[in-house]
Ligand binder design. Structure first.
Ligand SMILES: Nc1ncnc2c1ncn2[C@@H]1O[C@H](COP(=O)(O)OP(=O)(O)OP(=O)(O)O)[C@@H](O)[C@H]1O
Ligand SMILES: N[C@@H](CCO)C(=O)O
Length: 353
């Protein structure tokens, strides 16, 4: 019997101006406990039994059907690209999830990374993390969350300019990469494999004094909705505004001791936050009144990923900072939980028992 644990950190994407580019892995981990029993046969659908422990206080019910559950569905995609139609007989997957769903802490990216790691491990495929990133990008098509969760730390990411035939492969609809459940029946169709080296990343330094406060409102903003409110085109002035700040951000957050004024400036954004304010009551006020001048200890503040979580970077006075932001949400009738987190430098790991 093989038994191992896959551990994947959640992530905060964008960090202000780095829309779809910059990601930060954080110290809140999804754990997948896997056992493979090497039985002669199995009655389980796709040879897999899932159990799920919700530590995230989310209301959404996570499916325990291996063909529907995002983690096992992604694992089946990776396995089928390698001519393995199902899990090895007999695979038990116990998911322990403390990451709130649909709140801007990269829960879906973390689940996708868990799926590719799971497929790679049970299928004994020996794929590198660089190749696993290609598989992730066939499913979640912006690299900031998945690269941070896979590789860990504070990362800048980019997508390759692909050859025309590879562009066509990458733009295959998600429904062909992860076909709709066939009711436990194996359709036998081999899914499209990702082009090679679609996405890349580079790790930046992170000043050890800087901690991340995540203020997590008790409502969901699905990423798809938060992307739908963004414009198709931007003014030159807004693009230049973001480029100027994104160019400063890695140096600002990597320098010790941290310079609050530089960090606050480097975390300003005109590409996604102004449009997402419509989905997040109180965001405008929070981004306006929380500054290093009005709040000692604060370095910078932004929407975490697509929201609604607020990410406040700070060196101290964590409770005070969280309380002020929670009070603003409360004035809009929204309750919150908050967590003090740190960068998770290791990324996704597998440990055999
Ligand atoms: N552990 C998990 N197991 C199965 N499905 C999951 C898991 N985590 C997330 N999901 C799926 O991902 C969806 C949330 O994805 P979504 O992209 O909307 O938000 P997010 O990833 O939490 O936030 P963001 O992308 O802004 O950081 C959930 O509604 C659920 O369907
Ligand atoms: N960069 C992505 C992250 C959310 O998944 C966005 O802001 O839409």
């Amino acid at each position: 019997m093989a038994s191992f644990v896959i551990k994947i950190p959640c992530s905060s994407a964008n960090i202000g101006p780095g829309f779809d580019v910059i990601g930060l892995a954080l110290s809140l981990h999804l754990d997948i406990h896997v056992t493979v029993e090497a039985k002669p046969s199995s009655q389980l659908p796709f040879n897999c039994a899932i159990t799920y422990e919700d530590q995230s206080k989310s209301v959404e019910q996570i499916s325990l059907d291996p063909e529907v559950n995002l983690i096992t569905r992604v694992a089946l995609y990776v396995l089928r690209c390698h001519n393995q139609r199902a899990f090895p007989v007999e695979t038990k997957v116990h998911i322990v999830n403390p990451i709130p769903l649909g709140r801007g802490l990269g829960s879906s990216g973390t689940a996708v990374v868990a799926g590719v790691m799971l497929g790679n491990e049970v299928g004994k495929l020996g794929l590198s993390k660089e190749r696993l990133l290609d598989y992730c990008l066939m499913i979640e098509r912006h690299p900031d969350n998945v690269a941070a969760s896979l590789f860990g730390g504070f990362v800048g990411t980019y997508l390759n300019e692909l050859k025309p035939e590879d562009v066509a492969r990458k733009e295959i609809p998600l429904s062909e990469v992860l076909p709709a459940p066939a009711g436990g029946v194996d359709t036998g169709i081999k899914p499209p494999e990702p082009p090679m080296a679609i996405g890349h990343y580079r790790k930046f330094n992170w000043a050890p004094e800087i901690k991340a406060i995540a203020i997590i409102p008790n409502f969901v903003v699905p990423t798809a909705n938060a992307r739908n409110v963004l414009p198709e085109t931007y003014s030159r002035a807004d693009v230049v505004f973001n480029l100027q700040r994104a160019a400063l951000l890695p140096a600002a957050l990597g320098s010790s001791p941290p310079d609050p004024d530089m960090i606050f400036l480097a975390m300003q954004d005109k590409v996604h936050q102004p449009y997402r304010k419509t989905l997040i009551p109180g965001l405008t006020e929070i981004l306006q009144f929380m500054t290093p001048a009005t709040q000692p200890g604060l370095l910078g503040i932004c929407l975490s990923g697509a929201g609604p979580t607020i990410l406040a970077l700070a060196t101290d006075r964590f409770t005070e900072i969280a309380d002020r932001i929670i009070a603003q949400f409360a004035s809009n009738g929204i309750s919150c939980q908050w967590k003090l987190l740190e960068p998770a430098q290791d990324g996704a790991t597998v440990t055999y028992n």
